[in-house]
Design a protein around this ligand. Structure first.
Ligand SMILES: C[S@@+](CC[C@H](N)C(=O)[O-])C[C@H]1O[C@@H](n2cnc3c(N)ncnc32)[C@H](O)[C@@H]1O
Length: 714
């Protein structure tokens, strides 16, 4: 033990240390406890452990707003809810798409923090991080009576590699940083439940002890999963059948806990023959394990109804139990690995406010549909429901990528930014497998016999930009051109492509996928660029009332490709079939007993590609106001605000130049109901004038596309 704050080493130890350092040798473990002042008695150490957590603050972009599930034909029905879906406070529930590291740091130190505090602070977090290797990102998509197995996209694979690529070290590093960010965001009396399985429960408990303090450990809950698939029960060992849920609180003593009981069975009589007194059996820390605690029958009866097709989906009954215990109606709860949105669904049904986030597009889309269904159900029952918005860090993540140091100013900064942009453009060209064109003022690359132009990094490609591309192509006798962009201005298609065609130019417009941010994916040549999807929506005016109309979806074209058809067919066993995505079609490939291959196109109609579509009858009625750190834009839109000390920042509100999609009517397929309506309910405009109708389509892979339809109401 150190006396008077002095290192206590024997002469032999001093000699040993010096010799080892001079010889460039590693020091034995024992010196860790002899040399460092700031040491814990028990601590988990892993390769790359660092106490530095992300403190980047990016503004959130609002993609969509869902006030109420669906405007019905019966107008009176709508009137029973106010314009915010019966919501009394100014809080909007939030579904955020993106990496939860950036989301958490932006929530922690950014402008939304104030909204969180005003909503009473974050009282409860439930997380179920991806410990089931890779299962979350590949999904089964129903198509007719077949199923297409969609592989993870590159961004998702990267998240998977970051989490699992180096085994449990990388998982622990990932969860440690996020848990610190979550802790800092929590209300001082808040609670957190971390759902994990046998693979990592030991180490996660130690990480939680370190982040929250061992005194804040409350319970280790054992949840018997309940159903066991055939192959698992054949193990010649104890059958694995539980997950672990760690319950910690921010303060060891002060936290919400509403004790829950399992009611006595109806035929229960006390030993003395009297009626039972009290509320029932207090719930223990082993759940779904006894006849009394029949969560498994809840699972059998209702879980099938809850099922969204998301492989790692958890029971609502499970989340409901912990949410009722550790929060009260009106409290704000969150799940930063939300998957299919179980936490959001339970929160909505039990009157809690919520924030949910996921990196997977498909998870966000599944949650959106699930929550609309919950809203519809609550509305049907005459119960209040809340509005929610879909957010992301979208273009600001791009800014973060090409940002340069804040310390640079003037010409030096401009030069540094230009160099960074070029470096980024070269990366995009590389991902597109094209050669950069040196010394060309306008065109950026060449791919086979096609010329490539990369649109601006921080702005959508506008009509003017496309016209410039067409004019440059004509001047330079270019007849084949690929225009790559992160975003295209709404309403650009198909007019812009028709114009190019008329002028003899074969123009392809492709979306740059977010995967280009990952250098490893680019190096591996795994990034795929898809052509922009195209929607045709036709307004149909009511013959008797010119102010009333419906929207009919009349066409949708999309192009997807995954894997190699030939390889899939070769690998197929005789008598088996699989569904693949080839040349923009989903194709069922079967091999008969004699090894003969048959192919059947499943996406026969254009609407087979559509999973969901929605209408905003007056798109320009709601401007997107973003809250951002003061000064974020003053130094040029590319600046990303990262306070040096992670402190709270001053904020301002500005119009982003975009509008928020108000999800007024929608139709979608569910696991049970595969039908899709192609005509919306009617909408009546109160005043005559010019309106812009926005139509959003989400394809069966979870990708959004939107088109604008201008109309004149007389
Ligand atoms: C086990 S699943 C959660 C399932 C969820 N409890 C449910 O009931 O549907 C884990 C989720 O974490 C998400 N995820 C993984 N890494 C992430 C990250 N860095 N940021 C945000 N979400 C992430 C995955 O997309 C996946 O949906």
């Amino acid at each position: 033990m150190a006396k008077n704050n002095q290192i206590e080493l024997t002469d032999a130890e001093k000699r040993d240390l010096t010799e080892r350092i001079i010889a460039g040798k590693y020091l034995p473990e024992k010196y860790r406890f002899l040399l460092f002042e700031d040491k814990s008695e028990v601590e988990l150490v892993w390769n790359g452990k660092s106490r530095d957590v992300c403190n980047t603050i990016l503004p959130f972009q609002t993609l969509e707003h869902i006030d109420e599930p669906r405007k019905e034909k019966n107008a009176n029905e709508e009137l029973s809810f106010d314009s915010r879906g019966g919501q009394k406070s100014k809080w909007n529930n939030k579904l955020i798409w993106g990496d939860n590291k950036l989301i958490l740091s932006s929530l922690r130190g950014g402008p939304l923090r104030r909204d969180i505090e005003e909503a009473g602070g974050l009282k409860l977090i439930y997380i179920d991080p991806p410990f089931d290797v890779g299962a979350d990102f590949s999904i089964d998509i129903p198509i007719g009576d077949q199923t297409f197995h969609k592989e993870a996209n590159v961004l998702e694979k990267v998240a998977y590699r970051d989490t699992w690529g180096r085994g449990s070290d990388s998982f622990i590093a990932m969860i440690y940083e996020r848990l610190i960010l979550m802790r800092d965001l929590m209300h001082p009396e808040g609670s957190i439940y971390v759902h994990i399985d046998w693979r990592l429960s030991g180490v996660v408990r130690m990480v939680l002890d370190e982040v929250f303090g061992a005194k804040s450990f409350q319970r280790e809950i054992i949840w018997r999963i309940g159903w066991i698939s055939g192959y698992k029960s054949t193990a010649s060992n104890w059958i694995r059948n539980h997950d672990t849920i760690f319950f910690y609180t921010r303060s060891p003593e002060n936290f919400t806990f509403n004790k829950e009981y399992i009611p006595y069975p109806s035929d229960y009589v006390r030993r003395d023959g009297n009626e039972p007194s009290g509320k029932g059996y207090p719930i223990e820390d082993t759940w779904n394990c006894s006849k009394m605690d029949i969560m498994d029958s809840i699972q059998i009866k209702s879980f099938s109804g809850e099922k969204t097709g998301y492989a790692t989906q958890k029971n609502e009954a499970l989340v409901e139990r912990l949410m009722k215990a550790s929060s009260n109606p009106g409290d704000l709860v969150a799940d930063f690995f939300c998957g299919s949105g179980t936490t959001a669904a339970v929160a909505e049904k039990h009157g809690r406010k919520w924030i949910c986030a996921d990196l997977g597009k498909f998870g966000i889309h599944t949650t959106r549909k699930r929550l609309i269904q919950v809203q519809r159900e609550l509305k049907k029952q005459g119960k209040p429901f809340s509005a929610f918005e879909v957010l992301n860090l979208g273009k600001y993540q791009r800014h973060a990528y090409i940002d340069v140091s804040h310390r640079l100013t003037g010409k030096i900064k401009e030069k540094a930014l230009a160099a960074k942009e070029k470096e980024f453009r070269d990366l995009i060209l590389k991902a597109y497998k094209s050669q950069p064109l040196l010394n060309d003022e306008f065109f950026h690359g060449k791919s086979g016999n096609r010329i490539v132009v990369v649109g601006p990094v921080n702005l959508p490609v506008t009509r003017l930009f496309v016209e410039e591309v067409i004019s440059q192509c004509r001047q330079r006798c270019v007849t084949r051109c690929d225009l790559l962009a992160f975003e295209f201005e709404l309403g650009l298609f198909p007019a812009a492509l028709d114009e190019a065609k008329q002028k003899g130019i074969d123009l392809l417009t492709k979306i740059i996928p977010p995967d280009v941010f990952d250098r490893r994916a680019v190096e591996a040549g795994e990034v795929e660029f898809h052509e922009v999807s195209y929607i045709e929506a036709t307004p149909r005016t009511d013959k008797k009332d010119p102010r009333t109309l419906t929207i009919e979806l009349t066409d949708f074209s999309v192009f997807h490709q995954q894997g190699q058809a030939k390889k899939a067919a070769e690998e197929l066993k005789e008598g088996k079939s699989t569904v693949i995505c080839e040349k923009g079609n989903l194709v069922k490939v079967s091999k008969d007993k004699d090894g003969k291959i048959n192919k059947e196109i499943l996406t026969k109609k254009w609407h087979d590609w559509i999973d969901y579509w929605a209408v905003d009858f007056d798109y320009e009625s709601r401007k997107e106001i973003i809250k951002r750190a003061k000064g974020f834009g003053d130094k040029g839109e590319k600046d990303v605000y990262t306070p040096e000390d992670g402190s709270f920042v001053d904020t301002e509100e500005v119009w982003s130049g975009n509008y928020i999609f108000e999800n007024e009517w929608q139709s979608f397929r569910t696991k049970k109901d595969r039908e899709l309506e192609l005509t919306s309910a009617s909408h009546t405009y109160e005043k005559k004038g010019r309106y812009i109708i926005a139509v959003k389509v989400v394809d069966i892979f979870g990708n959004d596309t939107m088109t604008l339809v201008p109309i004149n109401i007389q």
